[in-house]
Structures are given as C-alpha cells and as structure tokens.
Design a protein around this ligand. Sequence first.
Ligand code: 5AD
Length: 381
Amino acid sequence: MNTSIQEIERIISGPIETRDDIITLLSERSEAGIEAIRRAAEATLLSCCGDTVYFRGLIEFSNICTMDCYYCGIRKSNQKPQRYCLEKEEILQACLWCAEQKYGSVVLQSGERTDELFVDFIVDCVSTIKKTTISPHLPNGLAITLCVGEQSEKSYQRFFAAGAHRYLLRIETTNQGLFTKIHPPQQSLESRRKCLNMLRSIGFQVGTGVMIGLPGQTIPMLADDILFFRDQDVDMIGMGPYIAHTDTPLGSDPSTRGWTRTDSLTTALLMIAGCRLVLRDVNIAATTALQAIDPQGRERGLRFGANVIMPQLTPGRYRNEYLLYEGKPCIDEDAQHCSGCIAARVNSVGRHIGVNTWGNSPHFQKRSGKNASADHPEPAC
Ligand code: 5AD
C-alpha cells in the first residue's frame, strides 16, 4: 500500500500512539515512503540512544531441545541435527575471547530444557563467567544475557542470583490464533507472557520479539506486537524475518512457508523502524536472519534503527548443527573473522562500536533509576 507522503510525514513527526498509524507505517511499500520512515527512525535512534552499536557475542551452547515448535530447525522431532552441548570450558574460552575483543557482553542461547542438570549447568557457567571476566576494563565482568526459553520462577531467580542480568524470550507472535498454529498444544501464549512478567519482576533487563512473515500473519497482527512491546515496557527487542526450514512441519508444506522473502525482509526492516519510533530508547538487534535474506541485511537493520549486533562465537564445528532456519549465514566462519566482518559492517554505516561496556539500553537505565552510563550521556528521550 502506498500512502501519501504527507500522511507518512504526519505520522512520523509526532508521537505514534495509534494502531492505525502503526499499520500504515508497516504497510508502506513506496521507496520514498520507506526512506522517510527509515530516516525518522535513524534520527530517533541517534537522539535517544546515540550512535554506538553494541556487540553481544553469541554462544549457541546447545541444540538439545525438548520443544517441538513447528517452524524451528532444532525442534525435538528433527532427527537431522547432531545434538551437542558445549563443555563449560569451551563456553568459558569463548567468553574470555569475547572479553579480550572488548565486546563487554555475551548471550548464551540454547534449545529449551528445564531439567535440573541443565539449570545447574547454566548457573555454574554464569557464575564462573562472571568471576573470570572481571578486569580493570570490566569491573563487573561481562554482561550476561540468557536465551534459554521458558523456565520456572525458581530457575530464573537462580540465573539472576548467579549474575545473568538480561534475558531474551521471544513471544514469537502476540496473536493467539497464530501462536496456536505454529506451536504444539503444550505451549501457550499465556505461559510466555507469564514468563516475561516473572523475568521483569525478578529484575532482569527483558527482551522479547517476534518472527515476521509467518504463514497467516498479517500487518495488523504485527502492529499489535509493537503495542505489546510498548505495554510490556521491554528493554530490548530482537526480531527477524521468518525463514522456512524444510525439515519442519511448516517448512515442508508449500502452503505454510510464509510470506515471500522480499516482503518479509521489507516488513522486518519496517518493524525495526516502527519499534524505534514507538518505543524510542530501547535496544534493538539487527539479527542474523536479516542477513540470511539479504547480504546487507544487518547493515540495513542498523540504518532502520537497530543498535545491537550479535557476532557468532559458537565454535565453528557446532554451527552447522544450530540451523534454526535455512541459509543461516556465517556458519563457516571463525569468531575472529566474524568479528572483523561485523566491525566493517558497522563502520560502513557510519556508526561506531561500543567497547568494554555493557551497553544497557537508556530505557533500562531510566526505569532502574541508575545514572546514565558514559555511553548514554543525558539521553534526549
Ligand atoms: N526462521 C526465523 N527465526 C526462527 N527462529 C526459530 N526458527 C526460526 C525460523 N525458521 C527464532 C525464534 C526463536 C529464536 C531463537 O529463533 O524466534 O525465538
């Protein structure tokens, strides 16, 4: 849909509060309209968060999963991936490398397991990483983000007490009907919401997000997702295009492979811009899935308002087994190469990389009443 440029200008010039206005932005398809939205999002980012891009070293430490999401390549029923779990020592080495590169922050991501052995393992890894990475440059050690799915309140509390202070749990979609279509019956939207609320009450910086271009998903549903992020008062957002994986129920049926890649990518970029314009001072990731569709996908994400990038630190030999979707980039690269390549991408869009800093979102700084860090001198939002 092409709305008049005057209408686009009206929407992006004021606080965006209505669902209809968000729908208009996400539906825009004219080059001039999209560019106006992009520019507004970039300007909001620069005034609310500054021009720093934060790196989070991503360690996909296990692909063992007890869940069977219909879209995901590492779902329990997929027999193809060779299942692995990194040794604590391997995780630690990756974290030390990350600290040496001055990233300041890591993300530990895995398939979902709630057994005690697994929870104990995470607690042990987190507390060791904390202790081991304290240095004059990082007096509080690396910032640790966990992305290990739905867990009990007690487990979340233990993770937090061990020193993980950020948690990513994507809601995937806030539409009840769509959530039910893409998940097996034992998973529920309600339980995801509860987990997000628990994480927030425990004190985590909370991140969530959705996939874009799912079969049956519509633009109004995505507008509702943005309103959910706003009402949930999240600190971080990670979203990306849905990319079909042939060895999954959705990906193996031509009628449920989702939107065209072009449309998913355009909408994913508009979602980044939309979140930036509505939520303003949160951290937003330019995710790897953007790059799976377009080689310039992550740079484009940065230019549409994202300010976080997650370079791969998963040891090379495991990467091929962590294919959530087809065409995942960087699976042959080593961490060193990945880091250099991403630094070049950040510089190519005229931004600079935050070093030796946790890079909390100004949103979190404000809501936690902590003084803005040196990275965020007096955010204007
Ligand atoms: N395409 C895009 N993203 C996917 N994820 C899982 N499977 C896919 C897919 N086929 C995303 C989910 C999950 C995150 C770790 O990866 O949103 O929360």
